[in-house]
Design a protein around this ligand. Structure first.
Ligand code: F0G
Length: 461
């Protein structure tokens, strides 16, 4: 990778439909931000210029996917789109059994309820908000076993998503293998800055867990992006296709939870995929309670068709190269003007390092939350806090978790924004950076009980 010539990641598509954006003034934005309690989740999308809140469900679908939407078989039971999805999950991910769900957390809910007993431990490579919450609601305790490098925004380790096998082994020794429900392995670890896990690490996790009879549940949400990093960075994979790498990754796991709203280029959808028939039986039984019949799991037939087709497009090399190339383009631009970001640049987002961007704001005055608000005020660009607000509170002590990483995520929807949008984004971050000394922190004035970052409200200090 390295050098980013324009030509190296030009979009392998052209634009057929456009959606106009509203331009706002600073006065408009001041009003909107105050009404939203300085929480970008509470802004109206209409008031946003470039929306980098998330890459989840914000993708542009292709004409092939839209054509598939017209072929939706909206039968309550046995929709043909379910069978197409099942076929493609088997073909590209390699899992035997499929349970569709409305989105990723639907799958997390089911697998957590099925496999976690109260008092169990669930190790994983850094937490994800919804994943950990479902594990805790099922009575489990999440244990972070990611390598230490992942917590350091400047460490250049090529696979900062790796699990520290010593940490995992120590946990198994300490609590005993029977007390471990499974290991959650996430591809391109979101909270670490979109950092990949290596194939070598996956193999070794499989070897260790097999020895102890422990299952591995893969969070395959951004596994295609991870496969691309393996191809670029790991010896022996240069000549392998993204599809082959993806399938090998999954082969070291027992099942997967999937938010199709990311890699799979759709606006809604997810699934639980499994290899173990007995677990599948139970999951299929449970999905009818919480999501819908086992052949639609809360999705319309057309949405399953769009996701089935999205799987095929996601692994196309020009697509994934342009997708990650665009994110790197912005990352390189920001780095070149001295803005502190998480390195290496991740797969789905550029993460601003708010601790170093706003060193005068203490963590309890929410530097990342503040920075996200300031960026919106400057230009109408919407980003997301991924720091102390997202981390929430410990269920034991009730105190905040104090994550080492206090980040603002500029997340790129797939196939949505142009290079000029990327340039404007970098210019706006630069403008905020130049005025950083004048920025003051926030205080939290409303805190919801679960996943507080979505609905918390703040006031300026
Ligand atoms: N796992 C990961 C790694 C995720 O990033 C997400 C969602 C989920 C699971 C849950 O999936 O939203 O379909 O229920 N991440 C979104 C984000 C919300 O903005 O990063 P979901």
């Amino acid at each position: 990778m390295g050098k980013l010539e324009r030509r190296s990641w030009a979009e392998p598509f052209k634009i057929k439909v456009v959606e106009p954006l509203k331009m706002t003034t600073r006065e408009d934005r001041l009003k909107a931000m105050a009404e939203a309690g300085y929480n970008t989740f509470l802004l109206r999308s209409e008031d946003v210029y470039i929306d980098l809140l998330t890459d989840s469900g914000t993708n542009a679908m292709s004409d092939y996917q839209w054509a598939g939407m017209m072929l939706g078989d909206e039968a309550y039971a046995g929709s043909k789109n379910y069978y197409h999805l099942e076929e493609n999950v088997g073909k590209f991910y390699g899992y035997k059994y499929l349970v569709p769900t409305h989105q990723g957390r639907g799958a997390e809910h089911i697998i957590s309820k099925l496999l976690i007993k109260p008092g169990d431990y669930v190790p994983g490579n850094m937490y994800f908000t919804t994943t950990r919450l479902h594990q805790e609601l099922a009575g489990g305790t999440f244990v972070d076993v990611i390598i230490d490098e992942a917590h350091d925004s400047q460490n250049l380790h090529p696979f900062k998503g790796n699990i520290d096998l010593q940490k995992l082994e120590d946990l198994i020794k300490k609590v005993g293998e029977k007390k471990i429900s499974y290991v959650t392995v996430a591809a391109t670890v979101n909270m670490a800055g979109g950092q990949p896990i290596s194939m070598e690490n996956l193999r070794r996790i499989r070897a260790l867990t097999s020895k102890h009879n422990i299952k591995v549940v893969f969070d395959a949400t951004r596994a295609v992006e991870n496969a691309y990093f393996i191809k670029m960075r790991e010896k022996g994979f240069e000549q392998r296709s993204i599809a082959e790498i993806l399938k090998e990754m999954c082969s070291y796991t027992d099942g997967a939870t999937m938010s199709g709203k990311k890699d799979l280029l759709v606006n809604i959808g997810g699934f639980l995929a499994l290899n173990d028939y007995d677990v599948f039986e139970e999951a299929r039984n449970m999905v009818v309670v919480y999501e819908g019949l086992h052949t639609y799991g809360g999705l319309a037939g057309r949405d399953m068709e769009a996701m089935a087709r999205g799987i095929e497009e996601a692994v196309q090399e020009p697509h994934i190269k342009a997708r990650i190339g665009q994110v790197e383009y912005v990352g390189d631009k920001l780095q070149s003007i001295g803005v502190p970001i998480v390195l290496p640049v991740g797969g789905h987002a550029v993460f601003l390092d708010a601790k170093r961007f706003l060193p005068h704001i203490p963590q309890l005055q929410f530097p990342a939350q503040t920075l996200a608000a300031e960026l919106y005020l400057d230009s109408g660009i919407r980003s997301m806090e991924r720091g102390i607000v997202s981390a929430g509170r410990s269920k034991e002590t009730g105190d905040h978790y104090y994550p080492k990483l206090e980040l603002v995520r500029l997340t790129f929807p797939r196939r949505v924004y142009t290079q000029a949008h990327c340039d404007v984004t970098a210019e706006s971050v630069e403008a905020v950076f130049e005025n950083r000394d004048r920025i003051k922190g926030l205080k939290m004035v409303y805190e919801p009980k679960y996943l507080r970052f979505f609905q918390a409200r703040f006031e300026r200090l």
